[in-house]
Design a protein around this ligand. Structure first.
Ligand SMILES: Cc1cc2nc3c(=O)[nH]c(=O)nc-3n(C[C@H](O)[C@H](O)[C@H](O)COP(=O)(O)O)c2cc1C
Ligand SMILES: CCCCC(=O)C(=O)O
Length: 362
């Protein structure tokens, strides 16, 4: 697959009306991407246990609906760091969009616009931020992979802020990439002509990336700094103490350290520790409107979606990305109505069925 130009992607048109849920996109994307690209996107680390657990743990949570409440004024809006968003479903940062569609990140940004979604652009974008910013109609945030070279990192962040990115997500769970066997078997290489203008090169350093680097970034960042990839409540506490603006509970979709728990399992104890001092976002396996509802009920202010966006992009460019988001927001609205929750603030722990109490009462 080495040297495959992006225009060799199989881009026959598909009818997006055929897609009725997010799982449909993965099926279809398999036929639309090169095998190398598909394996890169679809795979997780090692035995992919965490990948499976992300979904299984969400599926295992039952809901406890309230009937006969007035949900005629349904309101999905949220506010994060003073930014007003139409709904709590964000596009997670994912690398190399030109592997998925010739228009790459431009299509993603247009799709975000069509679906009123905030887009977190990856450090590994294959399109310069300046071009993405020109087509974006919704807020952009920038995800940062911190390199050993501080001047490089400072320039990367200042460029992102200069292009209008409104927050920085510092990814802290990838000092080195994980054991990615499927990626290795697929002989992952960037095709000729596809570049990563904001990264300079792959993550190769085994770097001493620590809380000192976070303090250093905060010393010059002008936008809110979030830490992406927190799973341990003690780290969440340190993040609050470090004065960061927010955290993202994430296991990188199970792509880095296999056998860490599902994010929905880590979320409640992190939310409890943070105790609303800063926003807590979450990603990993969100595929259904009920998953969004469960994450919010267990303490998330918002969620992010990764793989389905890549598959939507592969299937239908900007419209594919938009369709993924529209299906998910629509399902989320239905979940709100059917559980009797008219606003995001009203989605609290009481919407989760307490199986433990049920068992105790026999
Ligand atoms: C193909 C792919 C590429 C990714 N690239 C990045 C990246 O460049 N930076 C980053 O912080 N996270 C990256 N992630 C992780 C996502 O931001 C996010 O944490 C994860 O995909 C969410 O889980 P989900 O895919 O199950 O929705 C990537 C994930 C995938 C699937
Ligand atoms: C080494 C990381 C590259 C992008 C990424 O974060 C991913 O593929 O998950």
């Amino acid at each position: 697959m080495e040297g495959v130009p992006p225009d060799s992607l199989k881009q026959e048109p598909v009818d997006l009306a055929d897609f009725i849920n997010l799982f449909d996109f993965e099926q279809m994307a398999k036929g639309k991407m090169t095998e190398m690209a598909y394996e890169y996107v679809a795979s997780g680390a090692a035995d992919e246990l965490t990948v499976r657990w992300n979904r299984q743990a969400l599926d295992a949570i039952k809901l406890n609906p309230t009937v006969l409440t007035d949900v005629s004024q349904l309101d999905t809006r949220i506010s994060l760091f003073g930014q007003k968003l139409a709904h709590p479903i964000l596009i997670a940062p994912t690398a190399y969009h030109k592997l998925m569609h010739p228009e790459g990140e431009l299509a993603t940004a247009r799709g975000a616009g069509l679906a009123s979604a905030l887009y977190v652009v990856s450090s590994f974008t294959t399109t310069p931020l300046a071009e993405i910013a020109q087509v974006a109609t919704q807020p952009l945030w920038f995800q940062v992979y911190v390199r050993d070279d501080r001047e490089f990192t400072r320039n990367q962040i200042q460029e992102a802020e200069a292009q209008g990115c409104q927050a920085l997500c510092i990814t802290v769970d990838t000092p080195v990439p994980g054991v990615r066997n499927r990626e290795q078997r697929g002989n992952f290489r960037l095709p000729a002509g596809v570049t990563i203008p904001h990264m300079g090169g792959p993550i190769v350093e085994k770097k001493p990336f620590t809380w000192n680097d976070i303090a250093w970034i905060q010393s010059f960042a002008k936008t809110p700094v979030l830490l992406k990839g927190i799973l341990n409540p003690d780290d969440a506490e340190k993040a609050v103490q470090a004065g960061v603006s927010g955290i993202i509970v994430s296991n990188h979709s199970g792509r880095n350290l296999d056998t860490v728990p599902a994010t929905i399992e880590a979320l409640p104890r992190i939310a409890e520790r943070v105790n609303r001092r800063i926003p807590v976002l979450m990603d990993g396996g969100i595929r259904r409107g009920t998953d969004v509802l469960k994450a919010i009920a267990l303490g998330a202010n918002a969620v992010l979606v990764g793989k389905p966006i890549c598959f939507g992009l592969a299937c239908g460019g900007a419209e594919g990305v938009a369709k993924v988001l529209q299906l998910l927001t629509y399902e989320f609205e239905l979940a709100m109505i059917l559980t009797g929750r008219a606003t995001i603030d009203s989605i609290d722990r009481s919407v989760i069925w307490d199986s433990f109490r049920e068992n105790k009462q026999g």
